[in-house]
Design a protein around this ligand. Structure first.
Ligand SMILES: *[C@@H]1O[C@H](CO)[C@@H](O)[C@H](O)[C@H]1NC(C)=O
Ligand SMILES: *[C@@H]1O[C@H](CO)[C@@H](O)[C@H](O)[C@H]1NC(C)=O
Ligand SMILES: *[C@@H]1O[C@H](CO)[C@@H](O)[C@H](O)[C@H]1NC(C)=O
Ligand SMILES: *[C@@H]1O[C@H](CO)[C@@H](O)[C@H](O)[C@H]1NC(C)=O
Ligand SMILES: *[C@@H]1O[C@H](CO)[C@@H](O)[C@H](O)[C@H]1NC(C)=O
Length: 946
């Protein structure tokens, strides 16, 4: 045995030493890659050094059927060195992304022009220097060209004008000089790039004028970033014909003359012309209704009164016009625009009374009118603290006023503190910075949690619930660091980084308001320090292997036995045959049935797409029908998804023990051939979120909403107080509350549940899990999970019942919105009208509403100890319903856990006081839910089984 091992080993060692030619890869391409590797030496991914077959084994290399390399993606790999001329031999290359390799530099070889199939070229954030090679103009298929954040010098080669397919052109943040090439003066130029949507030339040393014929109405331009260059001459009038333009940044140049008419730019969100030498009349922005972020500061416009468009741009978030000789009075209307955050008008001649009115934007957090001529101001009580700056106005000469904050300027440093964002801690986080170059807003505070939400879902498969955001504003742009922690491993490997964090190529679409962005990754420690030479490695490896294998040989038999034992410990199901004979060995799982894979395949027509009714991180939910006619929902875990054998077993044990009419019941499970499936009762009427604001457009009246609140509260109260051991749900949300044919609510999905008895004192440390928008802030800050975290999430659901919007919607967070709305109204609920579901407002009769609202707000108190228990919530909702003549179906909480579901019906007397019997009311409803009748033949049916 040992002898044979040794022989094999020697053979392997020889093989490794003698570097035979690559097995499959096209020889020309393999040679080119090896030449690249020679320049990058040891900094290539480990797989490049271990294998001779690029197409099959090398990280970042993708080939086609003919073994030609089509994609080379080495984003963020810490490559050091230069780019070999031989890159030009990869003639089938379509994607080349070497971005975020800070030590990759030198000149960009002209041979890159030979890559005639290239569609994507991204070299963002490397150290390339020298000229941009004119040969790039030969890349006729190129669609995405990003050379930004390097050290390129010289002019922009006019040949780039030949890139007729280019949509993304980014040369920003280099040292480029000279003009923007145009076909009249330079033979070829940017005026020919009719497909381009992005001209990003910011942060260079470009100069000269921008000729009028650079733009024409057949262009598709969305983003023009020319800021921070040395452009002069007037702004071309032809910009006014770019009807798709969304962002125009010309700030920090030397533009002169009058600003041309832009009234036709109806899609323009961001207009920044500050720090130029513009003259003539102040631009008339009337009609550009989409404008959100405007900065015209520091120009030499003709002194003017406050223009009328100040009160005609309802989407404004930020209006900045420092030092432009404005006089007169600011309209109250400006301050009432709902999204307004910043008004910065310092160093002007505003001389009338400042009166912002009584209806100011709830978002407003900075009004800077320093150094104007304001002699009086009207202030209202509801003006938030430190938002107004008036230092340097005549009114501050008044001895009394001058001691108040608006005059002393002793405000908090800048208007808002960076928002509290989820942070994560681990030894080897992957960090990358997203640079937003023209956000539509001035103050990121209210938007970053939306970004976090959005990114978390994009990156969820790579770093589930393990994403932090850090925010900084070091230059003119908004920088946001993403910090991602690996799960169940020490660090990310090469392919994870390549597949998860390659946001370079703009495949990630942040919420629109964040505007154009680019990404740079920070160097990542892929290895521990030790990096010996290959030879030493091979020799040592062989030596150690010989010893190791000898030991293996000697102890083989013993180990085999032990291994068998181990398997049975690690995998509780290992001994469960597919025929289910051994089922008795799992005594904790008694009422759940063990299905075979075959059973479930039959019931779902072999898991056909049409039977899929929901999907999530864990996998897919299918509906099915058992031979006896029972309808079921099958939760099928993705192969290799997060849920491990243990988690799966936990869930089965939990669910099979828990029986309550307001909890979705487990019918059985299947654990076979690597498949993990849970089989639930089928709940026909979909989720609460669908009923509230989903595709269905169902209108739930007030009494039914109360009833749904009560049902789900009872389900949760049972989990907390009556299940043995108690269970914290951990993912309470409206998509986990299902509605059955009688509109009884049932709480679903215990995938994240943990047994409380696993810990002492009902409190334990664990990785924060849950869904953003519902997550208890105390929990994610302290990582201490208690039943009160469920209460918080449930409070969010109660608010959803009032607002009928997801917890994070239109850049707003429901909890904050409702709280702010209440603060604003002088009377209770007056302010709430803005955020409340119009359907509820229409029906009018909202008995018990005030008490319900109070309860919801108690649930979302910051401190867990200030929140009521689920049991208290149940009682309170019961009282609310009873006091208002709505039947609760049960008189007392304690009895509510044993009674059969069929006795459970709400008879909504109000507002249907005429409804003679409860059954009538429900008959009416079932017509509203007609789709449920078509089951199971109709594919349109939706029900999230879990
Ligand atoms: C590539 O570009 C260079 C310079 O722009 C040009 O001289 C050359 O003819 C081009 N080659 C091909 C094959 O088009
Ligand atoms: C704006 O559009 C209208 C109609 O399309 C056109 O007549 C007018 O000349 C345009 N104005 C400018 C400044 O381009
Ligand atoms: C600004 O433009 C609008 C519409 O184009 C026009 O009605 C208005 O009179 C203009 N205002 C000034 C001050 O020129
Ligand atoms: C403000 O300035 C304008 C123009 O300079 C002048 O006509 C007006 O009377 C001034 N208003 C006050 C209140 O001083
Ligand atoms: C980037 O990552 C996505 C997965 O998020 C993957 O589908 C795509 O192929 C990757 N792109 C490249 C160029 O590797």
């Amino acid at each position: 045995m040992v002898k044979r091992c040794l022989f094999l080993l020697l053979f392997l060692c020889c093989l490794a030493g003698s570097r035979i030619a690559s097995a499959d890869t096209n020889p020309q391409d393999a040679a080119a890659l090896r030449s690249l590797m020679k320049k990058w030496k040891k900094t290539v991914p480990a797989s490049w050094r271990k294998s001779n077959d690029p197409c099959v084994r090398w990280d970042g290399v993708i080939c086609d059927r003919n073994s030609r390399v089509t994609s080379l993606n080495l984003f963020g790999m810490n490559l050091k060195g230069t780019l070999s001329d031989d890159i030009g031999s990869l003639t089938e290359l379509r994607i080349l992304d070497l971005s975020s390799n800070k030590d990759l530099g030198g000149t960009l070889p002209a041979t890159i022009g030979k890559l005639v199939q290239l569609e994507i070229l991204a070299l963002i954030g490397c150290s390339f220097s020298g000229n941009v090679p004119k040969e790039l103009g030969n890349l006729s298929q190129l669609n995405f060209l990003a050379l930004n954040s390097n050290q390129f010098t010289g002019i922009i080669p006019p040949s780039l004008g030949k890139l007729s397919k280019v949509t993304w052109l980014d040369l920003a943040d280099n040292q480029l000089i000279g003009p923007i090439p145009n076909s009249r003066d330079h033979g070829a130029g940017f005026d020919q790039l009719l497909k381009a949507q992005h001209f990003h030339l910011n942060q260079n040393k470009l100069q000269g004028s921008v000729p009028d014929y650079l733009f024409n109405s057949s262009m598709e331009l969305k983003h023009i970033l020319f800021d921070r260059n040395n452009f002069s001459g007037s702004i071309p009038a032809s910009i006014g014909v770019l009807s798709k333009l969304e962002v125009l940044r010309l700030n920090d140049n030397a533009f002169t003359g009058q600003v041309p008419a832009m009234n036709n730019l109806t899609m323009l969100h961001v207009l920044m012309l500050s720090n130029n030498k513009l003259t003539g009349l102040m631009p008339n922005l009337t009609g550009i209704g989409a404008l959100e972020n405007v900065d015209l500061s520091n120009n030499s416009f003709v002194p003017s009164e406050v223009p009328s468009w100040f009160s005609e741009l309802p989407k404004l978030t930020t209006l900045t016009m420092q030092s432009v000789s404005l006089s007169g009075q600011l309209p109250q209307k400006l301050f009432s625009f709902p999204d307004l955050q910043h008004v910065i008008l310092s160093d002007n001649q505003l001389n009338e009374t400042l009166d912002m009115g009584n209806n100011i934007s709830k978002q407003l957090n900075l009004v800077d009118i320093q150094n104007n001529k304001i002699a009086s101001v009207t202030l209202y009580n509801n003006l938030k603290g430190n938002i107004l700056k008036l230092t340097g106005n005549p009114l501050c000469n008044d001895s009394v006023l001058s001691s108040t904050t608006p005059c002393t300027g002793q405000l908090s440093e800048y208007p808002t503190q960076p928002p509290l964002l989820p942070d994560v801690q681990c030894a080897n986080p992957f960090v990358e910075t997203i640079v937003f170059r023209a956000p539509f807003f001035g103050d990121a505070a209210n938007y970053l949690h939306i970004l976090h939400y959005n990114l978390s879902s994009k990156l969820n498969s790579c770093t589930p619930n393990n994403l932090g955001l850090v925010y900084s504003n070091p230059d003119a742009y908004l920088n946001v660091d993403i910090k991602a922690c690996p799960v169940n491993q020490k660090r990310f490997n090469y392919s994870q980084v390549l597949n998860c964090f390659n946001l370079t190529l703009q495949t990630y679409k942040p919420p629109e308001i964040f505007g154009p962005y680019y990404v740079k990754a920070h160097p990542y420690p892929f290895h521990d320090k030790a990096s010996r030479t290959v030879l030493i490695g091979v020799v040592t490896g062989c030596f150690l292997l010989v010893i190791g294998l000898t030991l293996v040989g000697v102890y083989a038999v013993r180990q085999k036995k032990r291994a068998q034992k181990l398997v049975s410990i690690n995998d509780p199901f290992a001994s469960w045959g597919s025929m289910g004979q051994d089922i008795g060995e799992a005594p904790k799982i008694n009422s759940a049935r063990c299905f075979t894979l075959e059973d479930l395949k039959l019931s779902t027509s072999d898991f056909r797409e049409i039977n899929a009714i929901g999907a999530g991180g864990y996998g897919t939910v299918y509906r099915g029908k058992l031979p006896d006619g029972q309808l079921i929902a099958i939760k099928r875990s993705k192969q290799g998804s997060m849920q491990g054998g243990l988690e799966f077993k936990t869930e089965i044990e939990l669910l099979s023990r828990v029986h309550h009419k307001n909890l979705v019941g487990l019918v059985g499970f299947c654990f076979e051939k690597g498949e993990r499936m849970l089989v639930y009762e089928f709940i026909p009427n979909g989720t609460l979120s669908e009923a509230l604001y989903g595709i269905k457009g169902v209108q739930l009246d007030w009494s039914r909403r109360l009833k749904i609140a009560l049902d789900s509260a009872r389900g949760l109260a049972y989990l907390h107080d009556h299940a043995n051991p108690p269970i914290i749900h951990r993912d309470v949300k409206s998509t986990n509350i299902l509605l059955d044919e009688r509109m009884t609510a049932k709480v679903a999905d215990f995938g994240l549940s943990l047994l409380v008895s696993d810990s002492e004192e009902g409190q334990f440390c664990t990785n924060v899990k849950g869904t953003l928008g519902y997550l208890d802030p105390e929990y994610y800050m302290t990582q201490q999970l208690t039943a009160k975290s469920d209460v918080y999430s449930f409070g969010v659901v109660l608010l959803e019942l009032i607002v009928a919007q997801p917890p994070i919607y239109k850049q707003k967070y429901i909890v904050r919105e409702v709280k702010t709305a209440l603060d604003m109204g002088d009377q209770m609920h007056c302010g709430l009208k803005d955020v409340m579901d119009p359907v509820l407002q229409k029906t009018g009769d909202l008995r018990g509403f005030a008490r319900f609202l109070k309860l919801a707000l108690q649930c979302v108190e910051d401190l867990g100890t200030d929140r009521p228990s689920m049991n208290t919530i149940v009682r309170e909702i019961e009282v609310i319903m009873q006091d208002n003549g709505i039947r609760t179906g049960m008189s007392s909480t304690s009895s509510s856990f044993s009674i059969d579901s069929r006795t459970m019906m709400a008879a909504p007397k109000y507002p249907y006081s005429n409804a003679s019997a409860s059954s009538t009311a429900f008959d009416m409803d079932s017509r509203a839910f007609e789709y449920s009748g078509k089951f199971p033949s109709e594919g349109s049916l939706k029900n999230r089984g879990t």
